[in-house]
Design a protein around this ligand. Structure first.
Ligand code: NAD
Length: 485
């Protein structure tokens, strides 16, 4: 194996898991085994929570300006090790080197944002009547948890860890069992940056550990990122044991393409959005609402899609099961009467026969009742639905249960404004294929793409990771008493 067996991390030490079940970590690029990861036991979760709890008081009492120094060093180390991290992210997830580099850069940006917390999370004070002041202060919650998915092995852990930790919490991280290696390296860099033992802890595992986190009496808050099916389970279970919870789920992002859209830019952006990271992004374009005659743009998308070559400028999908699921959706659409303009089924890469690839796929004349129109496919596939009016397009978008992102391509300000107002999604783009808000703006969808209040990153995350203390003081100036009286 290229990498040693993945260990848990608590009390500042990497510890082999006692879990009886062990999974192979396989690179989807070529199917070669990279490492092994054990499904940890509940006793091991307990040990990690004890470690986080023991560190909690000391860390919370460390002034934020000191806590943030660790993050400055961590951010520097991410930059120093960016080539190696890029390679690792690509190896375990299957995305291209360019995409993996962008993920590392985004992780650096996220830690930079956390470094600005002393400027953002300092509370407020106001004299509300003569001699009476009200003030607010952000207090850490204590031990918090972060459960993450496979598709961004380094970035999603960096959505949560930097902000939660700088704000004075101690954390249990549960990586995806499919891609646990980037978190190992992240942990080593945090230790090198001087993070005190117990502030950050890692427990590997699957469903049993996630349920254990939701139930654990000493964990105050749970953040989850993954599919909607699991997000619902986690949100219900964590809030049922009276924890604070934010659970981000899956997505079905709609792009509205209007006839006045800039053809070159639109074809470039739609193709990049549906195929980037092999479509395994919760912000990927998955459905296109073609309003009126946009045939030249659809031709442009097909032309660009045909230039994407699996194993070269298109990465792999995560597993054999994922490949089968995605290809199953395409076959179903064909059976249902849709027209496959570009077909990515059966893609293979010479010399990497063990890899799991799906080529870019453009499906036209999809109707709103087909499964490729309603469900998350999570592969490099775009389903094109044609409508005559913007109202019909909005109806289709609004009827979808998800609500992560939506974008409009048009050169008309009025039309763009109309879609911005009427699309039912938390993140909207105008002439942008992947409208991810960048720091300090926060990330989070609507509807079944997010359960719970607040967003997971940016300023909004301060509310999630802290509790607010409101203090009212009266200094009694009319008594004229001071220490000299
Ligand atoms: P997933 O839901 O299968 O797994 C996410 C996490 O939950 C993993 O750590 C996994 O070990 C754990 N898990 C899996 N099944 C479980 C169960 N039955 N009970 C408890 N825990 C369980 O998601 P995934 O396949 O790793 O990631 C892809 C999904 O994540 C897609 O749906 C994608 O849209 C979504 N995602 C959403 C966002 C967002 O911001 N909304 C961001 C990234 C990914």
């Amino acid at each position: 194996m290229k990498y040693e067996v993945v260990k848990n991390y608590y009390d500042g030490e990497f510890t082999p898991s006692m879990g009886a079940e062990t999974l192979e970590v396989v690179s989807p690029i070529d199917g070669n085994p990279l490492s092994k990861v054990s499904m940890s036991t509940i006793d091991e979760l307990d040990a990690a929570v004890k470690s986080a709890k023991a560190a909690s008081g000391g860390w919370a009492n460390t002034p934020i300006k000191e806590r943030v120094q660790v993050l400055f060093r961590y951010r520097y180390l991410l930059e120093q090790h960016s080539d190696e991290l890029t390679e690792l992210v690509s190896e375990e997830n299957g995305k291209t080197i360019t995409e993996a580099r962008a993920e590392v850069e985004k992780s650096i940006e996220l830690s930079e944002f956390a470094c600005s917390m002393p400027q953002l999370a300092h509370g407020e004070v106001l004299e509300v009547s003569k001699g009476v002041e009200c003030r607010t202060e952000h207090f850490p919650l204590g031990v918090v948890a972060s459960i993450v998915p496979f598709n961004f092995p380094l970035m999603v852990p960096n959505w949560t860890m930097p902000n939660a930790v700088v704000l004075g919490n101690t954390m249990i991280m549960k990586p995806s069992e499919l891609v646990p290696l980037s978190v190992v390296r992240m942990t080593e860099l945090l230790k090198e940056a001087g993070l005190p033992d117990g502030v950050f802890n890692v427990i590997n595992g699957g469903r049993e550990i996630v349920e254990g986190i939701c139930d654990h009496p000493d964990i105050e808050a749970v953040s989850f990122v993954g599919s909607t099916r699991v997000a619902k389970l986690v949100y219900k279970r964590a809030t049922n044991s009276l924890k604070r919870c934010i659970a981000l789920g899956g997505a079905k992002n709609h792009l509205f393409v209007l006839p006045d859209a800039n053809p070159t830019m639109t074809a470039n952006d739609v193709t990049a959005s549906m195929s980037g990271c092999a479509g395994q992004r919760c912000m990927a374009a998955s459905a296109m609402l073609a309003v009126g005659d946009v045939d030249p743009i659809i031709e442009g998308i097909c032309e660009r899609a045909r230039k994407l070559v699996p194993g070269e400028n298109l990465g792999s999908v995560i597993s054999k099961e994922a490949k089968e699921r995605i290809e199953g959706y395409i076959s179903q659409a064909e059976k249902d009467g849709a027209k496959i303009l570009v077909d990515g089924r059966g893609a293979t890469v010479n010399g990497k026969e063990g890899g799991t690839y799906v080529g870019p796929t453009v499906i036209d004349h999809v109707t709103p009742d087909m499964s490729v129109a309603t469900e998350e496919i999570f592969g490099p596939v775009i389903s094109i639905m044609r409508t005559d009016t913007i109202e019909d397009a909005i109806k289709i978008e609004n009827a979808n249960p998800y609500g992560n992102a939506s974008s409009v391509f048009t050169q008309s300000g009025g039309m763009a404004r109309y879609i911005m107002e009427h699309a039912s999604a938390g993140m909207i783009g105008v002439n942008i294929g992947v409208p991810v808000p960048r720091e300090p703006f926060s990330f989070g969808g609507w509807n079944q793409s997010r359960f719970g209040a607040n967003d997971i990153t940016g300023k909004s995350s301060i509310e999630f990771w802290t509790k607010l203390k409101k203090t009212t003081t009266k200094w009694n100036p009319e008594a004229g008493i001071n220490w000299m009286s």
